[in-house]
Design a protein around this ligand. Structure first.
Ligand SMILES: [Fe+2]
Ligand SMILES: [Fe+2]
Length: 261
């Protein structure tokens, strides 16, 4: 849950490093899903997963370079662990596609645009763009976990979703600090603009992945509505309002992300 107060903001990113490391160890102990079970994936889901797989894939060099230049060793360490989790998502989705007898894509225009856009930006704006992807991903993987017909699909989506739920408060905290010295009206303009950008991206993804979402029992309008609703608390945290995500609870898989009903 999120909570009132700003008490954790001066404590550095040690708690995040520990949470990411604990999750890495938990992941290693748990091992991979049973790929040999195979997966039955309808064509709409294959197309959708292929595009998300390309989006998850990437070395994160831009982000890590910017994080390093920001000069906070703990944040940089946490960002490395975050990038490793995203790379693991790409790996899981590739193996899921393989289990379903499908291939991965070399690239997709939406990812190329996204990567070029992020390259042009500083750390704060890059994180805002990244947060668009994270907020969309949260709803997407939840739809797959809760409504997917295939057990392997649901398991992979559940694993990825648990990570994404940790990524959101992690980025929100960094963004909150990054915008802390910006005058309040400008901060609200930035977060308002971010919510509009997110709403636009949610519509695009709903159109592009509508058939796959429908297979999982989520209509396009519900998908967009839930994403827009979920962005309110994220924007409030980033804008520095008197609310923040709870710190990650190390080793429990718990996180500070408030669930969207
Ligand atoms: Fe991801
Ligand atoms: Fe993520």
């Amino acid at each position: 849950m999120f909570k009132k107060g700003r008490d954790r903001e001066t404590q550095g990113y040690g708690d995040w490093v520990r949470a990411f490391e604990a999750e890495r160890e938990r992941r290693a102990r748990r091992g991979d899903p049973a790929w040999e079970r195979g997966a039955r994936l309808p064509p709409s889901l294959v197309r959708s997963l292929q595009r998300f797989q390309v989006g998850e894939d990437g070395d994160g060099a831009e982000l890590l370079g910017k994080a390093a230049r920001a000069g906070d060793a703990q944040y940089t360490a946490a960002a490395h662990l975050f990038v490793a989790e995203e790379q693991n998502h790409a790996r899981l989705l590739a193996l899921l596609l393989e289990a379903g007898g499908a291939r991965t894509l070399e690239s997709h225009w939406s990812d190329t645009v996204f990567v070029r856009l992020r390259r042009l930006l500083g750390l704060r704006l890059e994180l805002l763009v990244l947060m668009v992807a994270e907020a969309v991903a949260l709803r997407y993987y939840r739809a797959l976990r809760d409504g997917g017909a295939d057990p392997l699909l649901r398991e992979v989506a559940g694993r990825i979703l648990a990570d994404e739920e940790r990524h959101v408060p992690f980025h929100c905290r960094r963004l909150r600090e990054g915008f802390a010295r910006v005058p309040r009206p400008a901060r609200y303009a930035v977060t308002g603009g971010w919510r509009l950008l997110l709403a636009g991206a949610a519509v695009l993804v709903a159109v592009d992945h509508g058939a796959a979402l429908r297979r999982c029992g989520v209509t396009r309008s519900v998908f967009v509505r839930d994403i827009v609703a979920s962005s309110a608390v994220m924007a409030a945290v980033i804008a520095g309002r008197d609310v923040t995500f709870a710190a990650p609870a190390v080793g429990t898989g718990q996180h500070g992300y408030p669930q969207v009903a």
